[in-house]
Write a new protein. Sequence first.
Length: 167
Amino acid sequence: MAVQTTLNLSLRVNEILNSENKSGSVPTRIEEVLRLSDGTSAGQADLVFSDRRQLGNGANEDLDLAGSLQDSFGNTLTMVEVVGVFIRNRETAAASVLQVSAAAANGWAQMISGNTNHLKIKAGGFFLWWDDAGSAVTAGTGDLLNLANANGAATLDYDIVIVARSA
């Protein structure tokens, strides 16, 4: 199996001023295309985990990056370095918050330092993290990513994609 990855990021904002004395516009444009070929070196990736998942009322889960996740073909993934993580909260209710952190025990703290720090992704929001050099996953001591339904009042659906290397 081979993995080819392309990340297209485009952000365009145009500030417009219309007043009696002044007018004009100032565009802001950020466009980035990142490509990874198949492999285990910098600029490459050979593993991908993608899933649409659901957390019940107040539930949380630890995703084991080093040995329990499976790719789309049912192969077990043992990630050694993570290159990219994309997480999207699919909910629309304003109270729906997906909380992301390193797990309390054996947490993967490369993206979010320590299990007391966390990222909150509100309804309809997403988070993208990218590290072309790769961030280490240490099986048994630093490999668990925790996701929690911080709303506590309803079921929460989310999408996750993790791009990684096996060596």
